[in-house]
Design a protein around this ligand. Structure first.
Ligand SMILES: [Zn+2]
Length: 284
């Protein structure tokens, strides 16, 4: 509770003569893999407001007179330590900053046996994997410049999630990158609903994530929905919140049917459950 009280206390860094921006942070915790809703209070309104943390800048969006918000992700591999979040309005005409600490988190490790081709892909697959990696980097680097979503967010499937976000996997005895998604334990064939509105920027079969839909929600927020048995949307389509985008399946690097929801805020990989806890009507 002490931590939460600290989080909720707004802190102004301006002096009496210098107008500034008050910054408040809302999060489940300030730990790797968590989404943070940054609340910004300005003494008078602005045309543009942005926040910078972890050397990444995200545009803020207005939520009321003199009130703005921004989503900042703490990447699941972010080092614990002291950081500063800076806010700037109208190109620096007004500014504010707020120090905060990222608290260490220990993720579990799991040992899995999967098809060896997915651990050390065959030479024939390397060109495909590289091309898909470039495709994904390019789309994540060019988010829609406007916010396409509106609160509340919703669960893509009604089933519960396991706790495997951030887990370090050892596949067939070899260590691999951490699990950057939230797995929902849904049976094959379950309709998958867009967690919010956006634009479909990927709707294709990818080597590791199988049949995959990526929704650009704008301002750097992306939902990746993976391992589908069927895709029901096409690249370029706009989607509305709750629209069915495909069905749960077991395509790609999986051991069974489930929905993998990978969420990115800026370049940070965060637990979708932290988004739902902050911005859904019925948090998990
Ligand atoms: Zn997964």
């Amino acid at each position: 509770m002490a931590l939460l009280a600290g989080l909720l206390a707004a802190q102004s860094t301006g002096t009496a003569s210098q107008p500034s921006i008050d910054i408040a942070l809302r999060a489940r915790s300030l730990q790797p893999g968590e989404l943070v809703v940054v609340g910004l209070a300005l003494d008078r309104d602005a045309t543009t407001v942005e926040v910078t943390a972890f050397e990444r800048t995200s545009p803020a969006y207005p939520v009321g007179p003199g009130r703005w918000e921004a989503l900042v992700g703490i990447d699941l591999e972010q080092a614990a330590g002291e950081y500063v979040l800076r806010a700037s309005a109208d190109g620096g005409a007004r500014a504010g900053e707020r120090p905060f600490a990222v608290v260490a988190k220990t993720f579990a490790e799991r040992t899995l046996k999967v098809n060896p081709d997915f651990v050390n892909p065959p030479k024939a697959a390397l060109a495909r994997i590289q091309e898909e990696s470039r495709f994904l980097q390019a789309l994540y680097a060019a988010p829609a410049p406007r916010r396409l979503w509106e609160a509340p967010f919703r669960r893509p499937v009604p089933h519960r999630a396991n706790s495997r976000f951030g887990v370090r996997s050892v596949f067939n005895g070899e260590r691999r990158s951490p699990h950057a998604g939230t797995d929902f334990l849904s049976p094959a064939g379950t309709p998958i609903r867009a967690p919010n509105a956006g634009r479909v920027v990927a709707a294709r079969d990818l080597y590791f994530s199988g049949n995959t839909v990526i929704i650009d929600h704008g301002l750097g927020l992306f939902s990746q929905l993976a391992h589908m048995s069927r895709i029901d949307v096409a690249e370029g389509d706009p989607v509305t919140a709750g629209q069915v985008v495909g069905l749960v399946g077991a395509t790609g690097r999986v051991t069974g049917a489930h929905l993998h929801w990978g969420l990115r805020a800026g370049a940070a990989r965060v637990d979708a459950l932290s988004l739902l806890a902050l911005l859904a009507k019925d948090p998990p």
